[in-house]
Design a protein around this ligand. Structure first.
Ligand code: ZN
Ligand code: ZN
Length: 179
């Protein structure tokens, strides 16, 4: 299978697969992450390598692409806000239609351009679904004190005075009313 074009690394050619249904090609390639790839809390710096393991199966109407993208994303821990870097494997599958097959307007996004398949939209959608929305540096991360922001892992005995006297006065007031 031909390697991808350096000018368009997420475009793959199906030339070697052939047009008959029931053919299969498997190959791997490494592509640079496209820009603004990821979700609101974690992302992939543009150009960081993504390893793609792809299986192409020719079917009657097109080519079914099944892939696994191995990548390392960067973000911050949802509990302690430390920067984190974690690896992930994202699975995706999409049917790309041959240029001469009649399809609905919404499927036009997945129309092949001649023998070429543009993988980026499917990969981006899968990344948005698969990557965690609240990544943590470790499952045991204690996070930060909600009142002052101190790192609890480094201050295991950290506590605050329970009630501020001004709030105590307010609480007394409510007690009186209810009683
Ligand atoms: Zn953390
Ligand atoms: Zn505190």
């Amino acid at each position: 299978m031909s390697a991808s074009n350096p000018q368009a690394p997420l475009v793959i050619s199906t030339h070697d697969l052939g047009r008959a249904a029931g053919l299969r090609k498997q190959f791997s390639l490494i592509v640079p992450a496209p820009s603004s790839f990821g979700n609101a809390v974690i992302g992939l710096p543009e150009g960081l390598p993504i390893k793609l393991d792809l299986t192409l199966d020719s079917v009657v109407d097109g080519v079914l692409v099944t892939g696994v993208a191995a990548l390392t994303y960067q973000g911050e821990c949802a509990r302690c806000l430390d920067p984190i870097e974690q690896s992930a494997e994202i699975e995706f599958q999409e049917l790309y239609f041959y240029p001469d097959v009649a399809i609905s307007a919404e499927d036009e996004l997945f129309r092949m351009n001649g023998e070429l398949i543009y993988l980026e939209p499917a990969l981006r959608d899968a990344a948005l679904l698969d990557l965690p929305l609240a990544p943590v540096c470790s499952e045991e991360c204690l996070g930060l004190c909600a009142q002052c922001g101190v790192r609890l892992a480094e201050n295991p005995n950290h506590v605050h005075e329970q009630v501020d006297s001004r709030w105590q006065a307010l609480a007394d007031l409510f007690d009186t009313k209810e009683g």
